[in-house]
Design a protein around this ligand. Structure first.
Ligand SMILES: [Zn+2]
Length: 104
């Protein structure tokens, strides 16, 4: 998985194209991510036994990985990233544009 929780990403396709946000959840089995406040959908809920009221709630729907890219704060845009092996053997992702590291 090239993206993980708390990464900042930009949407490059679909109705929220051009917006950016933080990854809330990664659904590895489906190659999808849930991004905070993006791709909101309305869901109808029924009053439940847990005392919740029925009604319409807004919730983030997942976005396919092919529709998001890592967002580089330094470049202020969505960028391609590479992976570099560090001396301690850990893999660190970096911005191919400005070389800024995403994992610190
Ligand atoms: Zn950059």
């Amino acid at each position: 998985m090239r993206l993980k929780k708390d990464d900042k990403v930009m949407v490059i396709g679909g109705k929220d194209k051009g917006k950016s946000g933080k990854i809330k959840k990664v659904i590895q089995s489906k190659d999808r991510v849930v991004v905070e406040k993006l791709n909101m959908v309305k869901r109808h809920t029924k009053p439940g036994m847990d005392q919740t009221q029925g009604g319409i709630i807004e919730k983030e729907a997942s976005i396919h990985l092919s529709n998001v890219m890592l967002y580089c704060e330094k470049c202020a845009k969505a960028v391609r990233n590479g992976v570099r092996k560090m001396s301690d053997n850990s893999n660190v992702r970096y911005c191919k544009q400005c070389e800024e590291l995403f994992d610190k």
